[in-house]
Design a binder for this molecule. Sequence first.
Ligand SMILES: [Zn+2]
Length: 131
Amino acid sequence: MTVVPRPVLDGDSLKYWEGLRNEELWIQRCNDCHQHIFYPRSICPDCFSEEITWVQSGGTGKIYSFTVVHHAFGPFKEQLPFVVAIVELDEGVRMMTRLKAGSKNPSVEQRVKVIFERLDEELTLPYFEPV
Ligand SMILES: [Zn+2]
């Protein structure tokens, strides 16, 4: 099995990782200014409120930007080529992610939806594929 660098599953992001294990994408929303927030944090980046709620994302959005990776080191080398993308969710937040292996000819503004890649008991990652 491929060993990839692992994220730290800490306090602010626990709900996010827990959601992914259940094949759900959870983001945050500020109770004061109502902005959605991603990545997980304890203070709203727009108004600095600490009144933050977790909400389940619909898991759909569009490609904001992407690149096709042709050179990589370590465990990622055997996955070449792959697409790293910034997806803008319909809730308005952007997340860095990967497109599903085999996603051909991605384009900016293309509609995508989340899929879940289970690596092991603890870690599931959100990837995206064209709708
Ligand atoms: Zn706010």
